[in-house]
Design a protein. Structure first.
Length: 201
């Protein structure tokens, strides 16, 4: 494939995915490389959230996601977006991975992690907050808030009933907000009080 034609594919986002997928099915590896470049950041971000910031696990699962996507790309149906299809693969790998590890619960107390907001950027802090949630709550809150997906899209990816998706998102938000409020309260109590404004002039 000529370089000019590759750039033309990148510039036409509406038909880009279907065009590239067709090229991949015809054994064009350059086309698949473009798909990986387009979606790898989102998939890695998604898996880091699910793994509560475990970058090694997220990276391994992300690589496996794209390997499976390449092997099964002929099975992709254009009824849903290619992005959602990739997230479905990643989600199933995550569930399979935690089942193998026999992980019963991911819930941790925030103070046990010694979180220092001044030393962590917002992204890392969010990943640590994910440790307060169970796996299903992590999935739905990440797809909803970080990926901007609708409840129906989340239902299609996870197969979680639509009503449960809504309630899981609500409970996840409540847990995170409560944890943030507790942490902020601790920091406010630890902050030295200034009495300068009480001094006589």
């Amino acid at each position: 494939m000529e370089i000019k034609s590759i750039f033309r594919l990148v510039i036409t986002p509406q038909h880009n995915d279907l065009t590239l997928i067709s090229q991949v099915i015809n054994n064009n590896q350059q086309a698949f490389a473009l798909l990986v470049e387009k979606y790898q950041s989102g998939i890695r971000h998604f898996l880091r959230r699910l793994n509560a910031g475990d970058y090694h696990a997220a990276e391994d699962l992300a690589q496996e996601t794209f390997i499976i996507a390449y092997q099964k790309i002929h099975q992709y149906q254009s009824k849903g977006s290619f992005n959602s299809w990739l997230h479905t693969i990643a989600y199933r790998l995550f569930i399979k991975n935690i089942s193998k590890a026999n992980i019963q619960s991911y819930q941790l107390e925030l103070h046990e992690q010694s979180i220092d907001n001044n030393a962590l950027d917002a992204d890392v802090y969010a990943e640590q907050l994910m440790a307060l949630l169970n796996p299903k709550q992590r999935v739905v809150i990440t797809l909803s808030c970080a990926q901007g997906m609708s409840h129906d899209e989340i239902h299609k990816i996870t197969k979680i009933p639509l009503g449960s998706v809504k309630s899981l998102i609500k409970r996840a938000k409540q847990k995170i907000l409560q944890a943030v409020e507790v942490e902020e309260s601790k920091q406010n109590r630890a902050r030295p009080v200034s009495y300068t404004h009480l001094r006589a002039h």
